[in-house]
Design a binder for this molecule. Structure first.
Ligand SMILES: [Fe+2]
Length: 135
């Protein structure tokens, strides 16, 4: 059973962003499946690393689009990205140092970390992007 399920309510109607968001859902679920299957610390650490990498790549995609249209909400959105990436970096550091183990609670945190951002700020930004012809 996946912990995060893609739904149309998450779509921001911009293909590249939706595709990358779907990729994040896949990675969160892979991590959850591996956790449930009792995979090794090393494997879980690698999956967590992939999630961090994809998140950074994805945020850069959005931020590049914000610069293209000189989005006024850009600075606030970028600050939120920084806060979100700091949270997963902290989780990664704590995991690697053995201070944190992956639990259902941590996975629920990651799910909310993801869905809150895309249903709030990303949808708002996407409306501006669409208004500038970004599809
Ligand atoms: Fe965003």
């Amino acid at each position: 059973m996946p912990i995060a399920i893609w739904s149309d309510e998450y779509s921001v109607q911009i293909k590249d962003i939706d595709d990358q968001h779907r990729g994040l859902v896949v990675l969160i679920n892979s991590l959850y499946d591996a956790m449930q299957a009792g995979k090794s610390r090393e494997e879980l650490g690698e999956l967590l690393g992939s999630l961090v990498d994809h998140t950074e790549f994805h945020f850069h995609t959005e931020e590049r689009l914000f610069r293209v249209i000189a989005y006024k909400g850009g600075p606030e959105h970028v600050a939120e990205h920084t806060r979100l990436i700091d949270q997963v970096h902290e989780l990664q550091l704590n995991y690697e140092s053995g201070q944190t183990v992956l639990t259902l609670e941590v996975m629920k945190f990651l799910r909310t970390w993801f869905t809150d951002h895309i249903t709030g700020m990303d949808k708002r930004a996407a409306r501006h992007l669409a208004g500038h012809g970004v599809r």
